[in-house]
Design a protein around this ligand. Structure first.
Ligand SMILES: *Cc1c(COP(=O)(O)O)cnc(C)c1O
Length: 387
């Protein structure tokens, strides 16, 4: 059977390099080596130095490319190392159009690192296609989107933005961390570059930091491999092994994540405890139709604002099963306060403008029993009632 015809649940387990050809080991071994014996001057066996290439990392890079339906995959030490490498495609004078609620660290590297090198950005509500089109000028070299965007789960139409990018000759970059290729494949929708924080759902167990880039174009891939080696933020062999191991269960995990999230989002909306729920899987959500068209599920991130009867600071203290922590996408449910945690790097005025209010709570729904999660949310809300 050819790999191309395999369905995603088989690809998760057999995609990339399946096992070890030399020994028959069913898992790709951890090649914990920095360098490789050369058989003579200019004669090597395909491997020279592990920053440049490592067999465990290469197996994972092939796997993520297969899953995202791209030809080329690259693995990095973190999502931000991946983003750093992609942003290094640009030069002084270039400008990027960026979704208006993106990951705080992405905003930070744009605003405090690349801006110093003369690469600028323009924040646009990319769910408004007319606004994207209007923001394009000669200096713009790329459109960088996150969908669902962080933390308000705003949906951008990937295919429509990709068409705008093609029409004007601009690269379209999609951060696919929140949905993973199990639910959404931006390259199939016309995007040029897919970025991941593999720290989240791909790894899935809150134990490994990692990042990915996937592309389909050979020239773009060559430049990115060059930058990966030149900049050096590569994923270590052991961490590559852990992410391969995590990806094997991505399908079963995502099914449970999404089922739990759908149930919790509906419960929250009907509870009378909240003034707002952001979840693109709710029919009332403005992104619902586009989300349904471009992805196979709405993911498991929910944001909400408690009714003013409740004290959001006390709510965080009352939770017993759900953990207050940065990050998302692990098997355990995590909750965070975007304004002071993940999105603290975004200036208060911009935060307010895009809707990241102090009362906003972001929930990464895990794969625990959903009734236990709802019970924990309910008791924490009721115990946070203002006097
Ligand atoms: C976490 C995250 C990143 C950054 O990834 P790290 O692995 O933490 O460096 C980028 N984008 C999104 C959407 C994320 O959630």
């Amino acid at each position: 059977m050819s790999k191309e015809t395999l369905n995603i649940n088989s690809l998760l387990i057999h995609g990339g390099i399946d096992g070890d050809e030399t020994t028959g080991a069913v898992n790709v071994p951890v090649y914990q080596t920095s360098t490789y014996k050369q058989d003579g001057l200019g004669k090597n066996r395909g491997w020279e130095y592990s920053r440049t290439g490592n067999p465990t990392r290469a197996a994972l890079e092939k796997l993520i490319a297969d899953l995202e339906k791209g030809q080329y995959g690259l693995a990095f030490a973190s999502g931000l190392a991946a983003i750093n490498t992609v942003l290094s495609l640009f030069k002084s004078g270039d400008k990027l159009i960026v979704s208006d609620n993106i990951y705080g660290g992405t905003f930070r590297i744009l605003d405090n690192v690349f801006k110093n090198f003369g690469i600028t950005y323009k924040i646009v509500n990319t769910s408004d296609l007319a606004a994207v089109e209007a923001a394009i000028d000669d200096d713009v070299k790329a459109i960088y989107i996150e969908t669902p965007a962080n933390p308000l789960l705003t949906i951008t139409d990937i295919e429509a933005v990709s068409n705008i990018g093609k029409k004007h000759g601009k690269l379209v970059i999609v951060d696919n961390t929140f949905l993973t290729p199990y639910l959404q494949r931006p390259i199939e929708l016309g995007a040029d570059i897919v970025i991941h924080s593999g720290t989240k759902y791909l790894g899935g167990h809150s134990d490994t930091i990692s990042g990915f880039v996937v592309v389909n174009d050979k020239a773009l891939a060559d430049r990115l491999y060059y930058l990966q080696n030149a900049i050096g933020g590569v994923l270590a062999p052991w961490d590559s092994f852990l992410i391969i191991r995590g990806i094997k269960t991505l399908g079963v995990r995502m099914d449970r994540h999404v089922a739990n999230a759908n149930k919790i989002a509906k419960w929250l909306s009907d509870s009378g405890y909240v003034s707002k729920v952001y979840y693109p899987g709710l029919e009332s959500d403005p992104g619902y139709e586009i989300q349904k068209k471009q992805a196979d599920g709405a993911g498991a991130m929910i944001s909400f604002v408690l009714d003013e009867k409740y004290d959001y600071k006390r709510f965080f203290e009352q939770l017993q099963l759900i953990t207050l922590a940065e990050s998302l996408g692990g098997v355990e449910s995590l909750v965070c306060h975007p304004a002071s945690m993940t999105h603290a790097a975004i200036p208060a005025d911009i935060r307010k403008e895009v809707g990241i209010v102090d009362e906003l709570i972001r929930l990464s729904v895990g794969i625990e029993d959903v009734d236990d999660l709802i019970a924990d949310l309910k008791q924490a809300i009721l115990n946070s009632a203002k006097a």
